[in-house]
Design a protein around this ligand. Structure first.
Ligand code: LLP
Length: 384
């Protein structure tokens, strides 16, 4: 991914910065089109993963919609030119103001997560003289077999409506005159590479599809959320996620009723591998048991290792020396500000450049100015 000419161009830049390879994004989107959109699936990009304008533009041009989780994201989606009927609005705690932004824009779907939320949405819609189209997010109690913090479809998670509340939902529906229930929605978690949880999800979705029909609700769509994982360990070899396997799993296991649409909300799998965090080695320090390579990027730019014990590949760009073992750490005064523990990489010295790979999803968007650090710049491959 990083050839000599590119590395030369990196050398003169202030680090750290996010580098986006738009060619990788293009190839990824081609695969999404080929295996998803071409089958008639509606794909919403989960904007929470990355909201850079250039990236949104490409995603929109490829024909995807968007999945937003705040009023700010809905505004950004509209600014970026997504059509309101391509916008889904998710989130367990939407404020009244945020719901009004969605209502005024006449978005495709409010993915509602509680009966109280539906009650409030109905009132707000009435006030504005609107009818909100709603998908009910259901908690299917499925283990996504991923990190605890990004598991969202188990009973103990705060997300979705549980089966015991469904009868109450069906009985209240006729009262909610300003809501139109058009879909059911699920999202079981993130960074999922094993397809079995999705097979289980299909079984649950089929069951709920039947239950809604039996209770007189005609569903127009089933939204299966996102969660497809990427290969953090082999980003160069596996730069495009296995969309073929992902979509065919649903094709094989989902039972739809006449005319029902299928929607997905993919985030990480679309943008994860196109982003890299480029950083410089500041200092090398010999510890008691380990060598520390202290770099100028930290948990302020990429919090995933500190928050989810994620291991991103560290590619050394300017040294071909024999391998040495390091803890690759950032400059923040937190011991969790460690990118890798005991990783073997070519020996590095002050001034060497490294790329922390697979940062396109939940990298820049989760960054902060903790310690009053300057925000890292954004560099696109097409600009160099
Ligand atoms: N739909 C809903 C309702 C979601 O909550 C999410 C992500 C997605 C779709 C997109 O999921 P994806 O395809 O990207 O897995 N910050 C964490 C990931 C949090 C994901 C939250 N929800 C990380 O860095 O691993």
């Amino acid at each position: 991914m990083f050839d000599g000419t590119l590395i030369e161009k990196f050398k003169s830049r202030i680090t750290p910065f996010f580098y986006y390879d738009l060619e990788v994004l293009d190839r990824t989107l081609e695969e999404v089109k080929k295996h998803g959109i071409a089958k008639g699936y509606h794909i919403h990009f989960a904007m929470k993963a990355n909201n850079n304008h250039r990236i949104l533009e490409k995603i929109k041009d490829a024909g995807l919609g968007v999945d937003c989780v705040s009023g700010g994201e809905i505004r950004k989606a509209l600014e970026a030119g997504f059509s309101p009927n391509q916008i889904a609005f998710a989130g367990v705690g939407k404020t009244d103001q945020e719901m009004e932004i969605g209502l005024n824009a006449d978005i495709f779907s409010f993915n509602c997560e509680s009966l109280q939320e539906m009650e409030v949405l109905n009132q707000l819609a009435k006030k504005l003289g609107k009818k909100a189209t709603v998908a009910v997010r259901l908690n299917p109690n499925i283990a996504a077999k991923t990190h605890k913090y990004i598991t969202t479809g188990k009973n103990e998670n705060k997300f979705g409506i549980n089966p015991q509340n469904l009868q109450e939902l069906f009985s209240k529906l006729p009262e909610w005159k300003n809501l139109e229930l058009t879909g059911i929605h699920f999202h079981i978690g993130s960074q999922i590479l094993d397809m079995q949880p999705y097979v289980d999800l299909c079984a649950k979705a089929n069951e709920y599809n039947r239950i809604f029909e039996e209770n007189g609700v005609e569903l127009k769509h089933v939204n299966l959320g996102g969660g497809l994982g990427i290969h953090y360990d082999t980003p160069d070899k596996d730069d495009i996620p296995n969309f073929e396997l992902f979509f065919s799993t649903f094709e094989d296991h989902l039972e739809l009723k006449e005319g029902q649409q299928v929607h997905f909300e993919l985030g990480r799998s679309i943008v994860g591998q196109c982003g890299n965090l480029i950083s410089r080695v500041l200092f090398i320090k010999e510890g008691v048991n380990t060598n520390f390579a202290i770099i100028d990027a930290g948990m302020t730019e990429l919090i995933r290792p500190a928050l989810y014990q994620a291991a991103h590949n560290v590619e050394v760009l300017t040294s071909e020396k024999p391998q040495k073992k390091y803890d690759v750490v950032g400059p923040i005064c937190e011991s969790s500000d460690t990118f890798r523990y005991g990783v073997e990489i070519p020996e590095v010295n002050r001034g060497d450049l490294v790329a922390i790979q697979s940062c396109g999803a939940y990298g820049q968007v989760m960054s902060s100015d903790f310690n009053l650090r300057e925000r890292a710049a954004t560099v696109y491959s097409t600009e160099l």
